[in-house]
Design a protein around this ligand. Structure first.
Ligand code: PYC
Length: 332
């Protein structure tokens, strides 16, 4: 039996985005969070077959568009990537919204604006276009907050680190330059991946964050290595590790949101201020602290992230059950 998925492939600031425009399964659930659980329980093979090798690769991510569940929203998004179905993905949203708008799959109720349901909540989008091209997408994200500080870990073969955990749609272990970590220039991508796997395991053994409003969002999934900027006009640089072997090629939307909440909580950034974030490869998002808020009694912020995406082509993908690798595989 052969399943066919019609995809629009592209990238946001260098990180891949695969919009699965045809072939999405019908999902049960009254919210995108419930639909995410249903997808994981019944259709996870679609994610692995489209994200893992031989149809994907270590960084592959993307998603599906669904009809909204609320009257005041335009569309729902379900994210897929190598590590699972993220509650929220910033670079993914920028790409999926861009390709969806450019190909008429999303019809905004108000010009230049969208309200989008994602598993982590509802986000607001403001976009600009020139002709048929969407030139920028600004996401006003779900509330972000600092969940824990000063978690002491000792990374074998590297040294002790003090790590903070912050939420921006996913939970991030944030490592700032200190002791053995002098900055990104010192570490190549392969070393960053090895160290990040260790950091995530060690932090997870000490602290498991749980979202105050949705207990299905839990656990440190990503590691953000913070550093000073490299280029003119940027305020910071990062390398974000996710999945088993991925370093985000974009500055990471949820990572930037988590970093903004972190910097605000540490008194290093204020509401209204912007923070231009560089990725490992030098691409940029404009982050901004829109305002402070309260998340179930926790001090939080509403962050925004702005960037752009480019479609690289249509991709009709077959998943043939006669193929021994129909569900995909990973070499880890
Ligand atoms: O942009 O939020 C993001 C993201 C998460 C994982 C990779 N990118």
């Amino acid at each position: 039996m052969r399943h066919t998925f019609f995809c629009i492939d592209g990238h946001t600031a260098g990180n891949p985005v695969r919009l699965v425009a045809g072939g999405a399964p019908l999902l049960r659930g009254a919210t995108m969070s419930e639909r995410r659980q249903d997808f994981l329980a019944r259709f996870d093979w679609i994610r692995t077959s489209l994200c893992f090798e031989p149809r994907g690769h270590d960084m592959m991510s993307g998603g599906f568009l669904y009809p909204p569940t609320q009257d005041d929203t335009d569309v729902g998004i379900l994210f897929i990537e190598t590590s699972g179905c993220l509650p929220m993905c910033g670079h993914g949203t920028i790409g999926l919204v861009t390709f969806g708008l450019e190909h008429g799959l999303i019809q905004p109720r108000e010009p230049g604006r969208l309200r989008v349901e994602v598993p982590a909540g509802v986000i607001d989008i403001a976009f600009t276009s020139e002709g048929d091209r969407v030139t920028s997408v600004k996401i006003t994200n779900v509330p972000a907050y600092l969940a824990a500080t000063d978690i002491a870990i000792d990374v074998p073969g590297f040294g002790p680190l003090s790590v903070d955990v912050s939420y921006g749609g996913n939970y991030y272990a944030i490592v700032e330059p200190q002791g053995a970590y002098k900055g990104l220039e010192d570490l190549g991508a392969a070393r960053l991946i090895d160290l990040s796997q260790e950091v995530r395991t060690l932090v997870t053994a000490k602290f498991e964050p749980v979202h105050p409003l949705d207990p299905t969002i839990r656990g440190v999934s990503h590691v953000l290595w913070a550093d000073k900027p490299r280029g003119d006009g940027a305020d910071g640089r990062n390398a974000v590790f996710y999945g088993d072997k991925a370093i985000d090629r974009s500055p990471c939307g949820t990572g930037t949101s988590a970093r903004l909440a972190h910097l605000v909580a540490k008194g290093k950034l204020r509401p209204g201020e912007r923070f231009v974030h560089e990725s490992y490869i030098g691409s940029r998002f404009i982050g901004r602290v829109e305002k402070t808020t309260d998340l179930a009694g926790q001090a939080a912020i509403i962050p925004s992230i702005e960037g752009s995406a480019i479609a690289t082509g249509f991709n009709t993908i077959w998943v043939d059950r006669a193929d021994v690798f129909w569900k995909g595989f990973q070499v880890v």
